[in-house]
Design a binder for this molecule. Structure first.
Ligand SMILES: [Zn+2]
Length: 393
């Protein structure tokens, strides 16, 4: 019975990223589909609020790492399956680690982590070595909605290519927050993004601390009143700050099943796999839609080298930073900029460099920059370096 199927299922080593609502389902489905060598990474410990849907965990497991507990449960339940857990961040591991897998499946709720793994797998591709191409299956859910996609790094569109498909409400332009709030969310963002650092200095905002949320609520309510905005509540404040997405167990089950089927098809080549994006919409009746998400030419991860950026000679340099933060497909929060000709133009950190480059913010683009000059942009949330090619209006 040594078919291609059993060979591939025995040989293939799969990595699951995330052992939460989606991850628990994915690991279980993989084990029940015949995958025998499964690895799982998760940086979280089990919280009592997870128990309603993350069914590999029980009350006695609260406080334990999710990855370890999930691995033990599945190994006990499905004999012959080896699940190797890692309790930590995906960023702790290097390319050698990722190179050992045939397939990576993400069941994450974090955009930053998805961007990181997608960019890492794209960078790992060596055209001389077909083994270096690791298919990435990415699942995600949001309430009754979800999506599953297959990314063949450098061949199909990558995660970064589709950043503009992210829910737009979650990113508010900083100038709207600072100057012209219209929504209760704007007031809450103002309190957390601008007022907290201004009044609290280096003290870190703890999103799980009720006192911190109450502090933000109070400030946001004052600001809302000044601008005649209604609807700032404690739960909305918590929701905006923590970016809470409602989790529904059955949506996770649907998306995890879709991801696992694609993994099975890729591992066994038994049937064609998803090309390349499936959307599941359960919030307005039931609707699924599959399409080929195309590569974005300007994608900083898998596309061209530099991105054209048009500025006015009479703009203050500060405006370049503001514009960068508002580009939906970049999702930059605190950009630092430099160029080969001028060195650091503006750095967010360390404090001495921030202070010494701060005067540039007031300078005019016409005197600070040159036509065709290439600027390097770095940001904590960017898993790569972005290059901007300056064009004057
Ligand atoms: Zn891309």
């Amino acid at each position: 019975m040594c078919s291609v199927k059993s060979f591939l299922l025995d040989q293939s080593k799969v990595l699951v990223i995330g052992a939460g609502g989606l991850g628990c389902e994915i690991i279980t489905n993989l084990a029940l589909s015949g995958f025998r060598d499964i690895h799982v990474i998760d940086m979280d410990t089990i919280d009592v609020s997870n128990l309603n849907r993350q069914f590999l965990f029980r009350e006695k497991d609260v406080g334990q790492p999710k990855a370890t507990t999930a691995a033990e449960f599945v190994m006990k339940r499905v004999p012959g399956v080896k699940v190797t857990p890692y309790f930590g961040k995906i960023q702790d591991k290097d390319e050698d680690y990722y190179m050992q897998f045939n397939l990576v499946i993400c069941g994450l709720d974090s955009v930053d982590a998805r961007r990181w793994i997608s960019a890492t797998l794209v960078n790992m591709v060596d055209p001389e070595n077909p083994e270096s191409l690791k298919p990435l299956i990415d699942g995600g859910t949001e309430g009754f909605k979800g999506q599953a996609r297959v990314i063949l790094p450098t061949i199909t569109s990558c995660y970064e290519c589709s950043l503009d498909m992210l829910n737009k409400q979650t990113v508010y332009p900083i100038c709207t927050i600072a100057n012209t709030p219209r929504l209760p969310e704007h007031c809450i963002e103002w309190a957390s993004v601008l007022e907290w650092p201004r009044l609290m200095g280096d003290k870190k905002l703890d999103k799980d601390d009720p006192d911190h949320i109450s502090w933000l609520l109070e400030r946001a309510q004052t600001r809302a009143k000044e601008h005649n905005i209604e609807g700032v509540t404690y739960s909305l404040t918590q929701g905006v700050v923590k970016n809470i997405i409602p989790a529904i167990a059955s949506t996770n089950a649907i998306i995890a099943a879709a991801c696992t089927q694609e993994a099975f098809k890729i591992a066994t080549t038994c049937n064609p796999f998803l090309n390349n994006y499936m959307m599941y919409t359960g919030n307005e009746g039931v609707y699924t839609y599959t399409f080929e998400h195309e590569k974005r030419e300007e994608c900083p991860v898998c596309g061209g080298e530099s991105r054209e950026f048009v500025v006015g000679k009479d703009w203050k340099f500060e405006r370049v930073l503001e514009m960068l933060r508002e580009i939906q497909d970049l999702q930059i929060k605190r950009p630092s900029l430099s160029s080969a000709r001028s060195g650091p133009l503006y750095y967010q950190a360390p404090p001495q460099l921030e202070e010494s480059t701060r005067p540039n913010l007031e300078r005019l683009c016409g005197e600070l920059l040159e036509e065709e000059e290439e600027l390097t942009v770095t940001d904590a949330s960017l898993p790569f370096t972005l290059t901007l090619r300056i064009k004057f209006e």
